[in-house]
Ligand binder design. Structure first.
Ligand code: XMP
Length: 507
């Protein structure tokens, strides 16, 4: 197990992903919440930071139990931190040290740089520079502008690099991490999806025994993988609830329910469409729509959960990015992710013990685990779909008729993407029903009907996104099919806005 100490860098999660890609498990902890017992960590990585080590409020953790005692890799801020407090000197740099650079010197015969050659491209992102190395340190690599681009401390397994091995543009970054973690720290590359499934199933069995667990399925990747893991561990003691809020894609509820049953899951489908639509009647404000849907979901779920007698656990498909307590850019640890409710006011199901089998996994790892349990690609490769569903894609108030129109449009678009082999090239896609009518002409008739916007984006995490350059022929076909087949729609537009400044959803 590897400990990544986070100083608030935007790249900290990337370090974790690179380490896990090497099949080595790692955890991120904020620098100001250093675990007391470090015995389980075989190596430590210090992250970068938006701070300058020279600032008064810069992170200043106590590394006395780590440095010189365990293999330590200090990245960027970490490297400057070791220099600044180890007898070296860190000063503002007078040349630009952002972006691409190449290693112009590498000290020969260093395990740390094994299989990496001079000229290798690295990615820099820092405004301070290490002018003088800390005591006992020797230079391992330099670039044209940065002499102390990498160093190690003699007699210790302490390595420091000014560039970022975790970013894609540092070409040999993964090799460097492997050299450090495998060749220097001696870690095994044993953390595979199969190993995760075996150990998690055993752990769930031990923890839950023969008590009953309730889980809300959404049709999405996370809740599905969580359900299958729990099913492997406790079988019929897992009670899944799948709520139709009436805002899902066309046929999604029925089809996904069938798939779940085919996987052997003990799942109850609850069609609460009317209840949701009723509660949403007349509401146009996006945030209020979200709140109504959240509230009704909790009511419906609570009713259903009560029907499972003697349930002791609530399972959730929470994944690692929701859990990591990263350090915010202002230095303090950011607030814990979940808001703390007043326990007295919680619905009963929220008073259950919580089990979150995926809470240490990134999204792509959840997919890998799903594949290793033979969950089909039609579940695992599915585009993200928002919890409030089509409600936030129908601008303005929601009626059953508008939902039906949008479901048809969305169905044509998504099926089209699949038929044209474009579905997997797109991160997320959908259609928006706009609150405007426009004039058209069909046959000899003047029409005055609705306009829909199609949206397809590429992204890795939904935080930033760009529109996809779909072929014109495809857009032409979609426009034709939609206008000819969906009564009430006479105009189709394609959204060419990136996020930021737009967002993926229109509400
Ligand atoms: P935006 O529109 O903020 O969307 O660019 C980013 C990602 O989040 C999804 N999204 C939501 N998911 N509840 C959800 O569960 C919501 O209220 C919600 N709003 C946006 C959106 O589909 C995209 O994947």
């Amino acid at each position: 197990n590897v400990l990544i100490l986070d100083f608030g860098s935007q790249y900290t999660q990337l370090i974790a992903r690179r380490v896990r890609e090497l099949n080595i498990f790692c955890e991120i902890k904020p620098y100001n919440k250093l675990p007391e017992d470090l015995s389980e960590y075989k190596a430590v990585i210090l992250s970068g930071s938006p701070f300058s080590v020279r600032a008064d409020d810069a992170p200043h953790p106590d590394l006395s139990q780590i440095k010189g005692k365990k293999p330590l890799l200090a990245v960027c801020y970490g490297a400057q931190y070791l220099a600044h407090f180890g007898g070296g000197n860190v000063a503002p740099s007078n040349t630009r040290e952002y972006g691409r650079a190449n290693l112009s010197y590498i000290k020969p015969d260093e395990v740390f740089f094994e299989s990496i050659s001079e000229g290798s491209q690295v990615w820099m992102s820092h405004s301070d520079t290490i002018q003088k190395l800390p005591e006992g340190a020797m230079v391992l690599a330099s670039t044209h502008d940065v002499e102390n681009a990498a160093y190690r401390i003699a007699g210790e397994e302490t390595y420091a690099i000014q560039f970022h091995p975790e970013v894609y543009h540092t070409k040999d970054g993964k090799q460097l991490l492997e050299n450090f973690l495998v060749k220097i720290a001696g870690l095994g590359q044993t953390w595979t999806p199969d190993a995760f499934v075996d150990s998690t199933v055993a752990e769930l069995k031990r923890k839950i025994g023969d008590e009953k667990v309730i889980l809300g399925l959404s049709g999405g990747v996370d809740s599905t993988v969580a359900a299958v893991l729990l099913h492997k561990a406790i079988g019929k003691h897992l009670h899944c609830i799948f709520v139709n809020n009436g805002l899902l894609r066309k046929n999604e509820f029925e089809e996904v329910l069938e798939q779940y049953k085919g996987m052997g899951l003990n799942v109850k489908g609850v069609d609460a469409s009317a209840r949701f639509l009723d509660a949403l009647k007349g509401e146009s404000d996006p945030e209020k729509k979200r709140k109504i849907i959240g509230r009704v979901f909790i009511e419906v779920f609570d009713d259903e959960a009560h029907k499972v007698e003697d349930a002791k656990w609530l399972a959730q498909g929470t994944i690692y990015p929701d859990v990591i307590e990263s350090v915010s850019a202002t230095g303090g640890p950011s607030a814990t992710i979940k808001s703390h409710h007043n326990v007295g006011g919680l619905p009963d199901f929220m008073k259950l013990k919580v089990v979150e089998p995926l809470k240490m996994l990134f999204k792509d790892e959840v997919r890998r685990v799903g594949r290793s349990m033979d969950i089909g690609e039609e579940r695992l490769g599915r585009h993200p779909f928002p919890g409030p569903g089509l409600a936030i894609r129908i601008l303005g108030d929601i009626t059953a008729e508008k939902v039906a129109i949008l479901q048809e449009v969305d169905h044509i678009f998504i099926k089209g993407l699949r038929d044209w082999g474009l579905y997997d090239k797109v991160w997320q896609a959908g259609a928006m029903l706009l609150p405007v009518n426009s004039v058209g002409v069909m046959g000899d008739e003047r029409t005055y009907e609705k306009c829909v916007a199609l949206r397809a984006v590429e992204s890795t995490d939904g935080m930033t996104a760009d529109w996809v350059n779909l072929p014109y022929e495809f857009l032409q076909k979609m426009s034709n099919d939609i206008i000819n087949k969906v009564p009430g729609v006479n105009r189709v537009v394609y959204d060419i806005s990136s996020k930021p400044p737009a967002t993926i959803e229109w509400e």
